[in-house]
Design a protein around this ligand. Structure first.
Ligand code: NAD
Length: 310
């Protein structure tokens, strides 16, 4: 199976590294010139238990993808949410009617973007609890040792092929399973991101500092409530108290979530429009009030402006 990974940042490089190490035919596609140059020179270098292990694989910029390149059987997208559509547009030469596209991005609504490029029976949605960080171009470090991947094809017609992809991921030590309700897991994870990622980025706090404030419980309840109210209209019935408990289980972790890292540490744009912002937009569509999500989205954008990230 020929596999392409679009977006060779922290997660795309991690998945590429594992899949290549397990013997798969993998190419990377990325937009960051310094990263492309570093991977061309040394491969993807992963720090594993104080050891640096390099995996060499081809890497291209989107402008180098043309009709000359072979179609791929599986395209795993790992861009940031706002880069997804442009990336897919530039990959049209290697996407055929037989290409499966697997999306493991955080956030909501990516299936609508994917549907512009492949049919529903070739769209595989998923969530992953693996975490990774880029320490320099071409260099990653794994942020946890016990992650997993949960995936499901949007149309049952693609179930058997998706189960084959589960096996390929698991054989590459990515601990995958087939989900019967992946949209639930996607919304559940979006709740975590919608509360801790957004609020830690706004407050300049880690999960533990935020979680130990007097306001944390009330804020969490209200935000999860809005996600759940909107999710219902999208066919997903979130178990509110379980999701709140799940979010609050992070309140003892002194971890700075990725939106904090993007905005505060690296002055990069955030994925807020695909998390709280997506709930706000979908709420407007379904006439569901989402004042917390709207306010948080506007505050994050204001902070992006102040920090001149755009
Ligand atoms: P990332 O920012 O590391 O990489 C995304 C893209 O941005 C890549 O093309 C990368 O080359 C580019 N990039 C990274 N740093 C850059 C820089 N300094 N200058 C220019 N370009 C740069 O993103 P990620 O963490 O791999 O996340 C991809 C998706 O996966 C997102 O939707 C994210 O929310 C989700 N996700 C991330 C993690 C994680 O632990 N990192 C875990 C689960 C899901």
């Amino acid at each position: 199976m020929k596999i392409a990974i679009a977006g060779a940042g922290a997660m795309g490089s991690k998945f590429g590294w594992h899949l290549k190490k397990a013997g798969n035919d993998v190419i990377l596609i990325d937009t960051w010139d310094r990263n492309i140059a570093a991977v061309r020179e040394n491969g993807v270098v992963a720090r594993v238990k104080n050891e640096e292990i390099a995996e060499k694989m081809p890497i291209y910029s989107p402008s180098e993808i043309d009709e000359q390149k072979e179609n791929v059987d599986l395209l795993i997208v790992f861009t940031k949410s706002m880069q997804l559509e442009n990336m897919l547009n530039s990959l049209k030469p290697i996407i055929s009617k037989d290409t499966y596209v697997l999306c493991l991005l955080n956030g909501l609504g990516h299936e609508d973007v994917l549907a512009k490029f492949v049919t529903r029976d070739h769209i595989i949605m998923g969530v992953t609890m693996w975490a990774s960080m880029m320490t320099a171009p071409g260099h990653i470090t794994f942020a946890n040792e016990n992650g997993n991947v949960e995936i499901q094809c949007l149309d049952p017609k693609g179930k058997d092929e998706t189960k084959e992809i589960v096996k390929i991921l698991s054989d590459a030590e990515l601990n995958a399973c087939y989900s019967e309700n992946v949209m639930y897991s996607i919304w559940r994870k979006a709740c975590v991101n919608g509360v801790v990622n957004a609020l830690c980025a706004l407050l300049g706090a880690n999960c533990k500092e935020f979680g130990h404030t007097k306001e944390a419980d009330e804020l969490t309840r209200n935000i999860v409530q809005e996600f759940a109210d909107v999710a219902q209209y999208e066919g997903v019935n979130l178990d509110r108290s379980e999701v709140i408990q799940h979010v609050e289980s992070l309140f003892d972790t002194p971890h700075y979530p990725s939106m904090y890292q993007d905005l505060v540490q690296n002055n990069r744009p955030t994925e807020i429009d695909y998390i709280d912002g997506a709930v706000w937009r979908k709420g407007l569509k379904h006439s569901v009030p989402t004042p917390y999500c709207a306010f948080i989205t506007r505050l994050i954008h204001a902070k992006e402006d102040i920090l001149k990230v755009k």
